[in-house]
Design a binder for this molecule. Structure first.
Ligand code: AKG
Ligand code: FE2
Length: 224
């Protein structure tokens, strides 16, 4: 039996199934210092190009995601995975997909992040200054499955050095509003009917907080 890591005053805002990790929401830094902007200008341009290309694949007009409010609200989280003496008996963060539209992740040199591929897990090897862009459940739903949110997890850290990561989530701001989200109408056709029902952000977050975060629970819940 492995004892839990020592208690910490840091409390995460989301019901992430935290195991051998300490997580907190961090004060949102000015846009110029966030992960996406902290990388060298060349990488920033590549990131912008990459994102533009990706959005254009779902054939929605430019600025659509901004109009929907999906870039207004950002949540900035920090995770620390302390050394775990018996990493095979526990996990850093259990398998989940992010509820946001997209998440930008920056990790230090200590490995542990894995993404699900088929029935297996693939290591995401740390690359100095590299940013990991995760597609979240919101994008899977509004793109009507053109994009699939990625299931990922973090192994318990067997290295003496702590594993540190920061994640910036881009999601809709309309937490209490009645604005309805769902598969974008311009992506639907008789051949491609909606796979998901419409939802308000309030409802989305209620599901998130009651079901918890594990293995694409939000996507499953909103499927027609
Ligand atoms: O620490 C990591 O690399 C992943 C964190 C994560 O998956 C999350 O905050 O949703
Ligand atoms: Fe995540």
């Amino acid at each position: 039996m492995v004892a839990a890591p020592p208690p910490s005053p840091l409390v995460g805002v989301a019901p992430l199934p935290l195991d051998w990790a300490r997580s907190t929401n961090l004060p949102r830094p000015p846009i110029a210092t966030t992960a996406a902007n902290a990388c060298p200008p060349l990488h920033q341009r590549r990131l912008q190009r990459g994102c533009r290309g990706r959005w254009s694949r779902v054939r929605v007009e430019r600025g659509k995601f901004k109009e929907l409010g999906f870039s207004d609200s950002r949540l900035f989280m920090g995770h620390c995975y302390p050394f775990c003496p018996q990493p095979d008996l526990t996990i850093g963060i259990r398998s989940h997909s992010d509820y946001a539209l997209m998440a930008v992740l920056l990790q230090n040199q200590v490995p542990g992040l894995q993404i699900k591929h088929g029935d297996g897990w693939v290591d995401v090897k740390p690359l100095r200054g590299g940013l990991i862009i995760n597609i979240g459940d919101s994008l899977q739903i509004i793109s009507n499955d053109e994009y699939k949110s990625v299931e990922h997890r973090v192994l318990a850290n067997s290295s003496k050095e702590p594993r540190i990561s920061t994640v910036e989530f881009f999601h809709a701001d309309n937490r209490n509003g009645s604005a309805c989200y769902g598969p974008l109408l311009e992506l639907l056709s008789p051949e491609k009917p909606a796979i998901y029902r419409n939802f308000t952000m309030k409802e989305f977050l209620e599901i998130f907080y009651t079901k918890g975060v594990h293995s694409k629970s939000l996507v499953k819940e909103l499927k027609l």
